[in-house]
Design a protein around this ligand. Structure first.
Ligand code: SAM
Ligand code: SF4
Length: 330
């Protein structure tokens, strides 16, 4: 078991398998990003070894993310290897967060590999708006991908970042659509991570306001449902579906934080909103046995901070944390 200094059991690891992406969402990346040289990335074999070591140390849930995890070449190999740990009962769950562009191709294979739940990031159901938010994306393949995932038997959760003046008029429609399709929906506040060539104070929309507005039309009842993540859920009586709110800015969710994040270069961040990190790539490459790696993981957990201190402040033009979400892994 990995237990941090505040007594929190760390059973959940999010691993970013690439910093690259086929989209350029405005709140996540700058249009012209410089990506890491391939040699800096952990190989798929190294990611596998890291996953097994984490499982040995008591990690019970792994989420693969990015960048866009499904654009990494041969990623299905890694998913198959970690999925085998689920099938063997050594890992409770393997999940993937994706922008959905590759799902038409991969949904069936994900299910066969042992994945049962995926999160698809989708901020709008309007074609032009989708293009504006993602800069490069097309909505149709994503909607077809979501359908393919449903048909393959994957449980789909839609994640939407709440953007002031951009998609705030759509939450009613998205809630209805998710309800009809049997998808849960989670709304997320923008976080000040990485330079994005724009002003985040213009995008930030507090979810307390969104919830109050939705409550005028829908019957929302707080429920204790937990997926191990930071979302707080309500049940939507009219659809029978669930609606989650991730509110890092308006509500500090750190006290129950059970996770750490590993970047595609093997840097473990103990908190999304802090700079402290430990290098796992060095220990992975230094020896074939896992002792150094295990000890680096334990050192990191022993330094996990109590929480973040994000602020989106008009006077402070710099992001709270310099690295982009696509590096740390959302
Ligand atoms: N490419 C995949 C996707 O979009 O689902 C996985 C990686 S992406 C970085 C993971 C999640 O982080 C997405 O749901 C995205 O909306 C969210 N995200 C990215 N930048 C963010 C920010 N600055 N604030 C809040 N959420 C952000
Ligand atoms: Fe890519 Fe996901 Fe970031 Fe959008 S949110 S740019 S899809 S990594």
């Amino acid at each position: 078991m990995l237990i941090d200094p505040f007594g929190r059991e760390i059973g959940y690891v999010r691993i970013s398998v690439t910093d690259r992406c086929d989209l350029r969402c405005v709140y996540c990346m700058a249009e012209h990003m410089t990506f890491l040289p391939k040699k800096d990335l952990l190989t798929l074999e190294e990611l596998h070894r890291l996953g097994l070591t984490l499982i040995d140390q008591g990690v019970s849930r792994i989420r693969l993310t990015g960048g866009e995890p499904l654009v990494r070449r041969n990623i299905l190999w890694l998913i198959g290897q970690l999925g085998a740990e689920v099938k063997a009962g050594r890992l409770d769950e393997l999940t993937v967060t994706t922008n959905g562009t590759q799902l038409r191709r991969f949904a069936g294979q994900l299910f066969e590999a042992g994945v049962r739940r995926i999160n698809v990031s989708l901020d709008t159901l309007e074609r032009e708006k989708f293009q504006a938010i993602t800069r490069w994306g097309r909505l149709e393949p994503v909607l077809e991908g979501v359908q393919a995932a449903k048909d393959a038997g994957l449980k789909v959760k839609i994640n939407a970042v709440a953007l002031k003046g951009v998609n705030e008029d759509e939450f009613d429609r998205m809630l209805a659509w998710c309800g009809a399709e049997g998808f849960d929906l989670t709304l997320i506040e923008t976080m000040p991570l990485g330079d994005i060539e724009g002003d985040r104070t213009d995008q930030y929309l507090p979810l307390s306001r969104v919830r109050a507005r939705l409550a005028e039309r829908w019957t929302l009842t707080d429920i204790p449902y937990k997926t191990g993540g930071p979302a707080r859920y309500v049940e939507v009586a009219e659809t029978g579906g669930r609606l989650g709110f991730i509110t890092p800015m308006t509500h500090n969710f750190c006290e129950s934080c059970n996770r750490v994040r590993v970047t595609c270069t093997g840097t473990m961040f103990m908190c999304l909103g802090q700079e402290d990190a430990v290098d796992l790539r060095g220990p992975l490459r230094a020896s074939e046995s896992n002792e150094l790696l295990e000890s680096a993981i334990r050192d990191g957990i022993a330094r996990k901070p109590k929480g973040h201190d994000f602020v989106i402040d008009r006077r402070r033009k710099k992001p709270a944390v310099g690295r982009h979400m696509s590096v740390t892994g959302g």
